[in-house]
Design a protein around this ligand. Structure first.
Ligand code: SAM
Length: 214
């Protein structure tokens, strides 16, 4: 395994309790903004949604609240999945929820079965983007959409969160910015090879995202 892959693998082990606290205390306002951006951009409001690297499930729950989508929460961490399940119960979303622990590089879902794949803040941890994006395209229905990337929704939310996180840990922004670069560089050639019907890279105040249509 090369050094970059080793580093990404280790960084994938986000501490669930610490991450849950940050989501509740700092990130919470971004999810309604991002989920509405996703729905507006993709136009997908019903059917099946897969939230890859869902963590505690905040984005998937917000998507569920703003649409009729049934959400499968998917993460490699059993502890994150337990938190995602607890919050879905608490917020009365359990009847439109499924929970699956696994690795994006080997998605145990059927071909052509998902209408919308979403993922925020997880892809920098994936060790093989080519394989991960190929799995995402495999499970999407023809014409299905994916919206994958990272960000804070708006410039104002980003700036507020960066300031709060910087006060907690001055290295925070630098460490996550370094995680983003290799995937950004690899994505255009991966998309050229996987050849979806269309894709668009969004790099603006909402964050860095790729919108893919199968
Ligand atoms: C920074 S958290 C983001 C959580 C959530 N999407 C959010 O925005 O609140 C990244 C998540 O990706 C998950 N993850 C990392 N690599 C993964 C992989 N190969 N397969 C599935 N999940 C993965 C981690 O366990 C972690 O929960």
């Amino acid at each position: 395994m090369d050094r970059d892959v080793e580093i990404r693998k280790n960084r994938g082990a986000t501490n669930p309790q610490r991450f849950d606290t940050i989501v509740r205390e700092v990130f919470a306002p971004i999810y309604p903004v991002i989920s509405q951006q996703i729905i507006a951009k993709t136009g997908v409001r019903s059917g099946k949604c897969l939230d890859v690297g869902c963590g505690t499930g905040a984005l998937g729950r917000s998507i569920a609240k703003h649409s009729d989508l049934h959400v499968t929460y998917f993460d490699q961490s059993v502890e994150m999945m337990q938190l995602a399940m607890d919050y879905a119960k608490e917020e009365n979303l359990i009847r439109r929820s499924d929970f699956l622990v696994g690795d994006i590089h080997d998605l145990k879902l059927q071909d052509n079965s998902i209408d919308l794949v979403i993922s925020r803040g997880s892809s920098p941890f994936w060790v093989d983007w080519s394989r991960a994006y190929s799995e995402i395209l495999r499970v999407l229905k023809i014409g299905g959409k994916a919206y994958i990337g990272g960000g804070f929704g708006t410039a104002q939310l980003r700036d507020e969160i960066v300031a709060t996180m910087h006060a907690r840990n001055p290295e925070w922004r630098k460490s996550f910015q370094e995680k983003l670069k290799p995937e950004r560089e690899a994505l255009p050639s991966i998309m050229q090879r996987l050849n979806p019907s269309a894709f668009e890279i969004i790099d603006d105040d909402s964050g860095f995202w790729i919108h893919i249509i199968k």
